[in-house]
Design a protein around this ligand. Sequence first.
Ligand code: ADP
Ligand code: MG
Length: 592
Amino acid sequence: MPRISLSGPELYLRLLRHVRPYWRQFGLALVGIVIVAATEPLLPALFKPMLDGNFVAQDPAGILWIPLAMIGVIVLRGAADYAGTVGMSWVSGKVVLDLRELMFQRLLTLPTTYFDHHPSGILISKVTFDVTQLTNAATDVLTVIVRDTLAILGLLGWMFYLDWKLSLVTFAVVPGIIVIVVLINRRLRTLARSVQQRYGDMTHILQEATEGHRIIKIFGGQSYEFNRFHKAANWVRRYQLKSKAAGSLNTPLVHMVVACGLAVIVYVASKRAIAGELTVGEFVSFVTAMGLLFSPIKKLTAINEKLQKGLAAAESVFALTDELPEVDQGKHAVETVRGHIEFRNVQVTYPGAPRPALDGIDLVVEPGETIALVGPSGSGKTTLANLLPRFYALESGEIRIDGENVENMTLESLRAAMAFVSQEVILFHDTVAANIAYGAQGSVAKEAIREAAAAAHVLEFAERLQHGLDTVIGEKGTRLSGGLRQRLAIARALLKDAPLLILDEATSALDTESERAVQDALEKLRRNRTTLIIAHRLSTIENADRIVVLKDGRIVEMGDHSSLLEAGGVYADLYRTQFSLERQEAAQGASA
Ligand code: ADP
Ligand code: MG
């Protein structure tokens, strides 16, 4: 995983690149914000003519225009503030959307190994939680920086205009503020990272608990899961609190420094007023302006907390978007595939595994041939099947389809040439028909879907549903039986009608009755295409053209059913064990 560690400013610049497409709207919002800031010193500025003119000199000139000016300033500020806030929210919403889409796009193209090593809960939390934290930094921080810096500059400008010597005292507090902010910086960012990680952990546990609810109930895992959840959720709370505590320390500390400065200023100002160097209006105006300084200074120092959270989130989000997608260097977009497959000395070792999952596999499959892969579990059957669509990379050796190395083909065209029924059936929260036509929704005739459904014996089930094939099957199809799920997956493969067919234990969950029926459909299906069947029940592969027996990642036997039985090796053993088991079951079934 390319974990790049960017410094704060680099990260921030990178974040701003995502704001750039919206620079017009951003600019408009900024204008609103600038107006708010620019009008900030106007109120204290109005105090001077009001006090010195209306009250001290008792000059009637300002009686009307000063109150009207006050209303004007407030109305202008209100409108500008509204436009600025809404505009910034619009921009940050767009940035969130863009980044979410970027992350999702990346998720769709990441290699299988990435998912083997990253719990999905943590990925989910990046896309849902982290990205929202990030825009805090992108827009809110900018808003505050622009608005409050300008406000501070404006107020200071007015103060300098009134009395520059007095104003210089105000500057004495600046270094103190900087020291405090820098000190608290690092802690805030570390804490924000921890909050995100714990949030990811919590999502992960939540996901396991919702998906595994049956196992949890049967095996009484409630208290175990609850404890796990409590720990994770509590860590989220603790880190959030720590973060809040560190962030909240900022403001009072800064205030203390500011208050010291303020005390000195009031002292000096009072002395100058007594000496007649400062009018009442100037003094009130000066102190009001100074009072108004508080709020922007406070916001500017509190912004740090948001900024650090945002930067930690940016790190997490960019770590995902920077992941490399699947290697797809093949240039050749194959159009027609005859179905000749060749494995040449193929070796695969999973990361961290002590021994190869596949070791020196040599196998040639003729077009139209049906090859059955059998062997004890863990012998590498699924791994072998996963190599054809290039879900995993080879350690050495090569795989050729019609004489061409699969690495020279584009992933899209390679995968388009095969239908795959995986060991674990994946269904989507959609209609039966959409699940069968998955990936080709809308471009397939209803009739074709119907035919596939009929051949895989899904139709008889679907017709009993309220809306037939258009019934939504519920999230992940959990309301369907295992056998039915497999039949749906088979219908999906049937409809794809690809020259290569890979079935990984595709009939393991079927009962004998529907297995026979589906078997029939599969029989028809594999007729003019190259088929790789992995079967748990050996009875289902007896009439394969060739049976390849795998053990510990190596091919140990090869031949047809009868010759392998005769040879009396691994296959014969497997077969006899299963056969006697099945006979027992049949006998029990008959006596029951
Ligand atoms: P089979 O399908 O014959 O039961 P597999 O191909 O699934 O066997 O597994 C072969 C070996 O590779 C096993 O030892 C298994 O633990 C290991 N293995 C399978 N999938 C992965 C994976 N994604 N990551 C690491 N090891 C794996
Ligand atoms: Mg398997």
